[in-house]
Design a protein around this ligand. Structure first.
Ligand SMILES: Nc1nc2c(c(=O)[nH]1)N[C@H]1C(S)=C(S)[C@@H](COP(=O)(O)O)O[C@H]1N2
Ligand SMILES: [Mo]
Length: 208
C-alpha cells in the first residue's frame, strides 16, 4: 500500500470513530503506539521487583513478581487518549482489575485519592472513584504479550477514561491517601482530573 492509501485509510477510520462518538475533541487517530516517557526506562529484575500498597488501607502489603503474577487477571479492550492528541482504538490489555486488587487489603473510607508511584519518582494522582471502573487495571500484558520496556514494564496502571499520562508506567506502589497529592505532570500544569471527553488538558499553571 502506498503512503497515500495509508493516509486515506487512517482518515476513513478516524471519521468512523468520530461518528461512533469514540474520538474525543481535539484528538486524531493513530495506528502506531507512540512512546512517551520522561527520563530513562528502568531495568526490571523479577527477583527483586516488588509492588507495595500503603496509606489509608486496612493492611499494608507487598507482592513479589511471582506473587503478583499469580493473582487472577482479566483482559479488556479499550481506547486510549494521549494529551498530545493521539487516540488509539481497540487496544487489548491483560492485568489485575483494580476493584479486585483492593479486596486483597481493604481500603479505609478515609482513602479519597490513589497516588501511583513509579520508578525514578514519577507519580500520578486520581480520585479513588475514577479508579473503580471495570476497565481500570494493573496491566502487565499488551496484545497478549508482556509489556514492552518502553510501554511501562513490567506493570502499569491502565485508566482508559483519563488521558494516558494518568496510566502510570513502571509501577512500584499505590498510595491510598485522604488528601490529594498532585503528581509529576499535574504539578507541571496538566489538569488534575484529565477527562478527555471534557478536554481537561491543562489545569492551574505549574512550575515547569
Ligand atoms: N512512570 C511513568 N509513567 C508514565 C509516563 C512517564 O514518563 N513515566 N508518561 C505518561 C505519559 S505522558 C503518557 S502519554 C503515557 C504514555 O504511555 P506509552 O509510552 O505506553 O504510550 O504514559 C504515562 N505514564
Ligand atoms: Mo502524555
Amino acid at each position: 500500500m502506498s503512503l497515500f492509501d495509508d493516509l486515506l485509510n487512517r482518515r476513513k477510520k478516524e471519521e468512523a470513530m468520530q461518528s461512533a462518538k469514540r474520538l474525543p475533541p481535539g484528538q486524531s487517530l493513530t495506528e502506531k503506539f507512540p512512546v512517551l516517557t520522561y527520563g530513562p526506562i528502568p531495568p526490571f529484575d523479577p527477583a527483586t521487583w516488588d509492588l507495595r500498597v500503603w496509606g489509608e488501607v486496612e493492611k499494608e502489603m507487598r507482592w513479589t513478581w511471582e506473587e503478583f503474577t499469580k493473582l487472577p487477571t482479566v483482559t479488556i479492550t479499550c481506547d486510549i487518549h494521549c494529551v498530545t492528541r493521539w487516540s488509539k482504538f481497540d487496544t487489548v490489555w491483560e492485568g489485575v482489575r483494580f476493584t479486585d486488587f483492593i479486596k486483597l487489603f481493604g481500603v479505609k473510607p478515609s482513602a479519597k485519592y490513589v497516588i501511583a508511584h513509579c520508578e525514578y519518582g514519577y507519580t500520578t494522582n486520581l480520585p479513588i472513584e475514577s479508579m473503580m471502573d471495570d476497565d481500570v487495571l494493573l496491566a502487565y500484558k499488551y496484545a497478549g504479550q508482556p509489556l514492552e520496556p518502553e510501554h511501562g514494564w513490567p506493570v502499569r496502571t491502565l485508566v482508559p477514561k483519563r488521558y494516558f499520562w494518568k496510566s502510570a508506567k513502571f509501577l512500584r506502589g499505590l498510595e491510598f491517601s485522604a488528601v490529594d497529592k498532585p503528581g509529576f505532570w499535574e504539578r507541571g500544569g496538566y489538569h488534575n482530573d484529565g477527562d478527555p471527553w471534557k478536554e481537561e488538558r491543562f489545569g492551574r499553571r505549574g512550575f515547569f
